[in-house]
Design a binder for this molecule. Structure first.
Ligand SMILES: Nc1ncnc2c1ncn2[C@@H]1O[C@H](COP(=O)(O)OP(=O)(O)OP(=O)(O)O)[C@@H](O)[C@H]1O
Length: 375
C-alpha cells in the first residue's frame, strides 16, 4: 500500500467567498456538501494551490482574492506529506498589484520555486469543466496531458515553459525583415532539445499509463481508454533522442519562411494532440455519449492516480468535484471503493450528502454554506 499523504489543516484568508475559514481534517476523505454557490469548489481550488501553477480553474490571483479584501489572499495547510509533516503557506497581495506572483513558504522558509511543492504532495483533479475535454480543442487536451506528466515528472513544467519562451523568441525573430541565421539556429537547437524532451516525457507517461490500464481494466468498473499522441514526430519515438533532436532542428530550419508567413511555429510539441479511444467500443472518445465520456475520464484519472502511487510510493491527493452527480447508486458505491482502494485522501463535493452515504466511516463530512464550513 502506498503512503497516504493527507491534509490535517487548511486555513483560508480572503480566498474567493471565504473571509476566514479553518478546517481540521482527520486524514479520511473529505466530503463537502452544500447548495450551489456555497463555496465547495472554491475550497478545492484552494487545495489545488498546493501544487505549482494557478490551480484547478487557472484563475488569476486577482480573481481568487475575495472581493473587498484589503490585503490579498492566503492559504495555509498542514499535511503528512511525502517527506513527513510539513506546513505550507501561500498567497499573494493582489490589492496593490494584480500581476503579483504568489509567495510560498514551506516550513516557514521561502521556497525558491513552486516546483518544491511536488516534493511534499502530488495532486490530481477532475472537475465538471473538464467534461468537454474530448470534444473541445487540442490545447485543453495538451494541458491535461502535461498535468498528468507533471505529477510524475516535476521537471516537465520547467521544460514546457522554457520551450514556450524559446519559441516566442523565434517567432519574434522571424517577424523581423531580415533574420540572423546563426542566432536563429541557436534558438532552434534549444527548442529541439526541449521539445523532444517534452515529447518523450509525454510518450513515456502514456506508455506507463497504457500498461497499467492493460493490467487493471478487466476489474475496473470504468471503460478502458486507449491513448495515443499524434501531431508531432508520429511513430518516431523508438529512435534515439539525439536523432529526433537533429530532425526537429532541421525541420525548424526548413520551415522558417513558412513559419514567418504564418506568424507562428507550425511544427512542434505545442501542436501535438492526445487521442483517446473507448477500448471496449472501439470508438473515438469524442463520439461517445456524454456519460461514456465522463466514465472514460474518471477511469483515466483513477488509473493515473494509481500510477503516481505505484511510482512514487505516495498516493496523490484527489480533488473530485461533483464526481458522483450522474451515477446511479451501484456505480457510486463502486467508485467510492475504487477511490478508497487507491490509499490516498480524496476531496469530493456534491449538493446532497446522501449521495455519499456509501462512504460511511471512510469519510469526514462537511457542510458548506455562504463561505462557512461546518462539520
Ligand atoms: N473573488 C471572489 N470573492 C468573493 N466571492 C467569490 C469570488 N470568486 C467567486 N466567488 C463566489 O463564490 C461562490 C461559490 O463558488 P463555488 O464555485 O465554490 O460554488 P460551489 O459550492 O462549488 O457551487 P456549485 O454547486 O454551483 O458548483 C460563488 O457564488 C461566487 O460568486
Amino acid at each position: 500500500m502506498p503512503h497516504k499523504v493527507s491534509l490535517s489543516r487548511l486555513k483560508l484568508t480572503d480566498f474567493r467567498n471565504y473571509a476566514s475559514v479553518s478546517l481540521v481534517l482527520d486524514g479520511r476523505h473529505a466530503v463537502l456538501t452544500g447548495d450551489n454557490g456555497a463555496g465547495k469548489t472554491n475550497l478545492m481550488e484552494a487545495v489545488s494551490f498546493l501544487s505549482p501553477g494557478r490551480g484547478l480553474r487557472r484563475a488569476t490571483y486577482g480573481d481568487v482574492t475575495r472581493v473587498g479584501a484589503t490585503a490579498g489572499f492566503a492559504i495555509f495547510a498542514k499535511l503528512d506529506g511525502m517527506e513527513g509533516e510539513v506546513e505550507i503557506g501561500t498567497g499573494a497581495d493582489t490589492t496593490t498589484d494584480d500581476s503579483a506572483s504568489r509567495r510560498l513558504r514551506i516550513n516557514g522558509t521561502p521556497a525558491k520555486s513552486a516546483d518544491e511543492l511536488t516534493d511534499h504532495l502530488r495532486l490530481l483533479w477532475l472537475t465538471p469543466s473538464m467534461d468537454g475535454l474530448f470534444t473541445g480543442g487540442s490545447s485543453e487536451r495538451r494541458r491535461f496531458l502535461d498535468r498528468l506528466v507533471l505529477s510524475l515528472d516535476p521537471a516537465h513544467g520547467r521544460r514546457a515553459s522554457d520551450f514556450e519562451r524559446a519559441m516566442r523568441s523565434r517567432n519574434k525573430l522571424l517577424d523581423e525583415p531580415r533574420f540572423d541565421p546563426a542566432w536563429l539556429s541557436g534558438i532552434e537547437q534549444q527548442m529541439a532539445s526541449l521539445g523532444i524532451a517534452m515529447a518523450m516525457a509525454r510518450q513515456e507517461m502514456l506508455g506507463l499509463l497504457a500498461r497499467l490500464i492493460d493490467e487493471t481494466h478487466e476489474t475496473s468498473p470504468f471503460p478502458a481508454a486507449a491513448l495515443e499522441l499524434a501531431g508531432f514526430m508520429d511513430g518516431q519515438f523508438s529512435r534515439p533522442a539525439v536523432d529526433l533532436e537533429d530532425d526537429y532542428a532541421a525541420m525548424l530550419a526548413e520551415s522558417r519562411y513558412r513559419d514567418a508567413a504564418a506568424g507562428r511555429t507550425l511544427h512542434g510539441p505545442h501542436r501535438a494532440d492526445l487521442l483517446v479511444r473507448h477500448r471496449q467500443k472501439q470508438m473515438d472518445a469524442a463520439r461517445c455519449s456524454t456519460g461514456e465520456q465522463k466514465a472514460l475520464l474518471v477511469g483515466l484519472i483513477l488509473a493515473h492516480a494509481r500510477l503516481v502511487a505505484n511510482l512514487t510510493g505516495h498516493a496523490p491527493i484527489l480533488l473530485l468535484d461533483e464526481i458522483a452527480a450522474h451515477l446511479d447508486e451501484g456505480r457510486r458505491a463502486a467508485l467510492f471503493d475504487l477511490i478508497d482502494a487507491l490509499g490516498g485522501q480524496a476531496f469530493m463535493t456534491g449538493t446532497d450528502r446522501t449521495m455519499f452515504s456509501a462512504l460511511g466511516e471512510r469519510a469526514q463530512f462537511f457542510t458548506v454554506a455562504d463561505g462557512k464550513v461546518f462539520e
